[in-house]
Design a protein around this ligand. Structure first.
Ligand code: FAD
Length: 460
């Protein structure tokens, strides 16, 4: 597919080629770059990615059985075909190139570096090895080199609790329970698949603080889990009795109605075989370790919550316990400020884990933009970044027009600095070599050294 060029917006004129630095190479970075490239303007867009491979969470987050979601990578190739665009892989901003150096050499800076940290429960026992963060677990089955030593003890456990009930939790339910044939022809990494083949996991409980109507998962992801019924993996409950008649008397929207229909359609009685269930109105307060095997858990202790007539969730004094040997925390990701933010006067909202902005323009800092999860606080699907990116791209192009003259030396200067510092840059042609090698071997690389060695080697 080629890029459709927009004519110049009325009144926009450029006295010299403006330079845009984009930090990150996930969907928000690519869609923003593609949207700027749609304008028929002279521009240099340089994209910096700390890993040797592009695409962020599309590669290391999206579930292997969602190839249709991953197909946006094909669309991202279009940027590389435009001479105005350049990819600098294996270049970490803040380490290999300072943020200050980007400001010295580019007219616009776009923060699209996603959310790196995982939220925590802040309860005792959370650091036990059998309490795993979803970020690490997801990275493990998706081949993120940073997570390949995770070794989740799936061959030693029968019961797993997942805390949090968003779409990532639904992905993990499928990974834990769907049989090996489900993963055939996907890009799940062989090491993870081998572990899953030995897995003894039988029961998965997905637990959440709030009620059924507040579930965070989308119906599509819910249905995908329910459809594991075809493999004999049963859905054994969603705590219907917790809600009494309230679900019948509440006026439900279309999406909620459908969610309820799906739950009712698939729900069966407890079974001996593989199964999963939804567990509501519980806040985890403690984790107990197995006295016989200290590397595993015995149970998770919860405080029960209730819904007030006004629809608020409040804690009760009642406790509940769920038997589990492994706990997976799936309570969302959090963005962090880059190290130089304070010194450069760039604001950061620690509470939200996001950069304060208005239509992508960072509040109080000129020529600075943010997009995707680092702008919105780690929520939203890839589709939502599409709409965001076009707004941000428009803001960038409008603001560039107000610049008297382009400053600095952009890619020329940055390439020189990287060469002086001996950084092994992966440009787009190098990435194409890595991608080709992965396709030929039929699996992803799970270590950075192999990627870099292919990147540095000859064309195959
Ligand atoms: C487990 C999981 C499954 C998901 N599944 C789906 C799905 O099925 N469908 C869907 O629509 N959405 C899904 N999403 C959501 C989707 O992944 C996000 O909406 C999207 O990836 C956000 O894009 P982003 O560009 O903001 O961030 P990211 O995709 O995280 O990209 C950020 C990039 O910045 C790079 N970076 C970070 N710091 C630096 C630095 N200092 N210098 C240079 N580079 C840096 C990172 O390496 C990364 O490549 C999923 C998310 C998760 C976590």
């Amino acid at each position: 597919m080629t890029i459709t060029r927009f004519p110049l917006a009325r009144g926009i004129r450029f006295l010299s080629t403006p330079r845009v630095a984009v930090i990150g190479s996930g969907p928000s970075a690519f869609y923003t770059s593609l949207d700027i490239l749609k304008y028929d303007i002279p521009v240099e867009i340089d994209m910096f990615e700390k890993r040797p491979c592009p695409f962020g969470l599309v590669r290391f987050g999206v579930a292997p059985d969602h190839p249709e979601v991953k197909s946006c990578q094909e669309r991202f190739q279009d940027a590389s075909k435009d001479k105005r665009f350049q990819f600098f892989g294996n270049v970490e901003i803040g380490k290999d190139i300072k943020l200050r150096e980007l400001y010295e050499n580019y007219d616009s800076i776009v923060f699209a570096y996603g959310s790196n940290k995982e939220n925590r429960l802040n309860i005792a026992g959370e650091d036990h090895p059998a309490v795993i963060n979803s970020k690490d677990f997801v990275g493990w089955y998706n081949g993120d080199p940073q997570d390949q030593d995770l070794n989740p003890p799936l061959d030693k456990v029968e019961e797993v609790t997942i805390i949090g009930n968003g779409n990532v939790a639904m992905d993990i339910v499928r990974v834990l329970l769907a049989p090996p044939e489900h993963w055939k022809d996907t890009d799940i990494v062989p090491g993870a698949l081998e572990t899953l083949q030995r897995s003894t996991v039988k029961k998965v409980t997905v637990s959440a603080r709030r009620g059924f109507l507040d579930s965070k998962f989308a119906n599509k992801e819910f249905r995908e889990c329910l459809e594991m019924d075809k493999y004999g993996v049963r859905f054994t409950g969603w705590g219907a009795d917790l809600f009494g008649d309230s679900l019948k008397t509440t006026k439900l929207g279309r999406i909620e109605k459908r969610r309820l229909q799906l739950a009712e359609k698939y729900c069966v009685a407890e079974t001996e075989g593989k199964s999963w269930k939804l567990d509501y109105l519980k806040t985890p307060i403690g984790i107990k370790v197995d006295s016989k095997d200290p590397l595993l858990l015995k149970e998770t202790i919860f405080k029960k919550n209730q819904i007030t007539p006004a629809g608020k969730i409040e804690p009760t004094n009642k406790l509940a316990s769920v038997s589990n040997q492994l706990l997976i925390l799936c309570i969302g990701y959090k963005g962090e400020a880059l190290a130089e933010f304070e010194e450069l006067g760039i604001p950061f909202d620690v509470q939200r884990g996001a950069i304060p902005n208005k239509e992508g323009r960072v509040v109080g800092v000129e020529q600075t933009y943010c997009v995707g999860w680092i702008a919105n606080g780690s929520r939203g699907s890839i589709n939502s970044t599409v709409a965001d990116s076009s707004v941000v791209a428009h803001s960038i192009v409008q603001d560039l027009d107000k610049l008297p003259q382009s400053k600095g030396h952009g890619r020329e200067k940055v390439s020189k600095l990287l060469a002086e510092r001996g950084v092994n840059v992966v440009d787009w042609s190098n990435w194409v070599k890595i991608d080709k090698a992965e396709r030929q071997q039929g699996r992803k690389f799970t270590d950075f050294d192999s990627m870099l060695s292919v990147s540095n080697g000859p064309e195959s």
